[in-house]
Design a protein around this ligand. Structure first.
Ligand code: TPP
Length: 319
């Protein structure tokens, strides 16, 4: 598949921006400036950048606890995202949601949720809405491999298939669901076999290669926009950091970790673009410099922003 040069560079830049953002979140958390839990996505950048290069701004996504990269790629503002993580009033959710609940409907992100697989239900609802309103929008739910045995996954995906809704499920299979290997929680070796049970296409891709993810996503989005129903994409990837910041990671071996780090999506994609004559070392350096400056600015904005006042305690609260 031929992908426009602009899109390829956009994916590369987006992945670098995601990495720079996450590296700063790790630092901010270690310094005690970010409250609660954070789950970082270094190593998984391609599973967000590839699909988002296919989507339009008015398409929907839902995300989960490891979702910073999804929102950055969908067009979220790193400043208000970082402020949200810091719990500040200038955050994209006024500092009330934090890392696990990043939501920005202005760019089509209907929300992240820390409760596994509920993302499938929200996206199924959005897909139903698009079909009902006769738009050609699609809804994409990002999930981890730890979601595929949860009831919400089956309920959402089943109805999306039954009603042929424009839903695309991207399962970021990074092997580990917290401390549990996917090979201990299912007998399947290909998660795409799950799709067979719903009568929908299941496509497995190298989730560290944004071009492969882009290609699978292009076919899925075309199907969905044409009213041909859902697709399940298994993107094989790996997370570099612990399940959460502070995780001892004693469930995986250093050898496994080192092996997977060889599949650095940014390094490998950068090398590929250079070999294709679309990127130079100097351009890559400039992209990194710009992303670093953007994310430093986001941290500064978060640090200098005020916390919400006590008068905010009962606003945006529903009963
Ligand atoms: C319904 C539900 N059950 C259990 C949990 C606890 N929990 C939080 S994250 C997690 C593992 C998630 O793994 P995965 O879906 O593979 O995503 P990853 O963290 O690897 O990106 C678990 C079991 C939860 N949040 N929600």
């Amino acid at each position: 598949m031929v992908i426009d040069k602009e899109k390829l560079i956009w994916m590369y830049r987006t992945m670098v921006r995601q990495r720079e953002f996450e590296d700063r979140v790790a630092k901010g958390f270690a310094e005690g400036n970010i409250p609660g839990f954070v789950h970082l996505s270094q190593g998984q950048e391609a599973t967000a950048a590839g699909p988002m290069a296919v989507l339009r701004l008015d398409d929907y996504i839902t995300s989960f606890h490891r979702g910073h990269g999804h929102l950055i790629a969908k067009g979220g503002d790193p400043k208000t995202m970082m402020a949200e993580l810091y719990g500040k009033a200038t955050g994209v959710m006024k500092g009330k949601g934090g890392s696990m609940h990043l939501t920005d409907p202005d760019v089509g992100d209907l929300g992240a949720d820390g409760i596994l697989a509920t993302q499938v239900l929200t996206a199924t609802g959005a897909a139903l809405s698009a079909k009902y309103r006769k738009t050609d929008q699609v809804a994409v739910c990002f999930i981890g491999d730890g979601c595929i045995n949860a009831g919400s996954f089956h309920e959402g995906f089943n109805i999306a298939a039954a009603w042929q809704l424009p839903l695309i499920c991207i399962c970021e299979n990074n092997v580990w669901a917290e401390t549990t290997s996917i090979y201990d929680s299912t007998h399947l070796t290909k998660l795409t076999d799950r799709a067979i049970g719903y009568g929908v296409p299941g496509v497995m891709v190298d989730g560290t290669d944004p071009m492969a993810v882009y290609e699978a996503m292009s076919a899925a989005v075309k199907r969905a926009r044409e009213g041909k129903g859902p697709t399940f994409i298994e993107a094989k990837t790996y997370r570099w950091r612990g399940h959460f910041e502070g995780d001892s990671q004693n469930y995986r071996t250093p050898e496994e970790f080192e092996e997977c780090k060889k599949k650095d999506p940014i390094k490998n994609f950068g090398a590929k673009l250079i070999s294709m004559g679309l990127l130079t070392e100097a351009m890559a350096g400039q992209i990194k410099k710009e992303a670093a400056a953007e994310m430093d600015e986001a941290v500064k904005f978060a640090e200098e922003s005020p916390f919400p006042g006590p008068e905010e305690l009962l606003t945006d609260v529903f009963a």
